[in-house]
Design a binder for this molecule. Sequence first.
Ligand code: ATP
Length: 265
Amino acid sequence: MIELKNIKKSFGDKTILHDISAVMEAGKCNLIIGASGSGKTVLTKCMVGLFKPDQGEILYNNANMLQMTDDERKQLRQQIGMLFQGSALFDSMTVEQNVMFPLNMFSNLSYKERKKRASEVLDRVNLKEAHHKYPAEISGGMKKRVGIARAIVLNPKYLFCDEPNSGLDPQTSMLIDKLIKEITAEYDITTIVVTHDMNSVMEIGDHIMYMHEGKKQWEGSNQDIIFSKNELLNNFIFASEFLQDAKQMRMMQENGDVPKEEIKK
Ligand SMILES: Nc1ncnc2c1ncn2[C@@H]1O[C@H](COP(=O)(O)OP(=O)(O)OP(=O)(O)O)[C@@H](O)[C@H]1O
């Protein structure tokens, strides 16, 4: 579990994060959603230690990251896996070499053990056949899978995914979402996903935090989100036809037929 307490962050005289408190639940997919510029990236960079908040606490299983020694922070960093936007693979390395990279850097395993571990995680993300291919030879969806394999190869307790569906077609996006959700539950990871994708919100959003202009405006589950009374959140999510349809279906199940113009109310 990760707990944020009263996080504030400014750049110069511009306040980016205003007093954010939230909980990222263990074994769940915790989504951070919000419009461009709302502070999602700055917040996640604070959470992984790339930015230092001006104020507040970031508790990883009750230990405040901001008060850790360098060694403690280094140890914590090794428990965090990251899936970057665009996958960020090394083009000059094969798929297998990309996945082995964190093991080469941070583990004491022998070459044979590292190869075995890379093979295990590549199998887990259904990339048995791609070990010796280069990133340029595989599809965007496969690159994301390699990125996921690399992010989990050190058995992290925490997984950060930045826009995991960017650049993917809807079907591949769904497969990547499903994989992230399965891995989160299987390995009991605290997963944080920054996304604009409303399909993901409904599919994998165990816990969702909505940010607007650097403030947390709402948090809840994908079961609650379509019935939220928060006007800013509603304007944001119901820009998506998909969620309007989801809400209509839910209301029809519960109350009988409801005309579409009623849904935004
Ligand atoms: N290093 C920085 N220095 C100064 N301002 C920054 C820095 N990083 C981000 N900002 C500002 O912080 C604000 C929030 O940016 P952030 O990247 O967190 O938004 P976001 O919600 O992640 O947007 P997007 O969905 O487009 O990625 C923006 O106004 C941005 O210009």
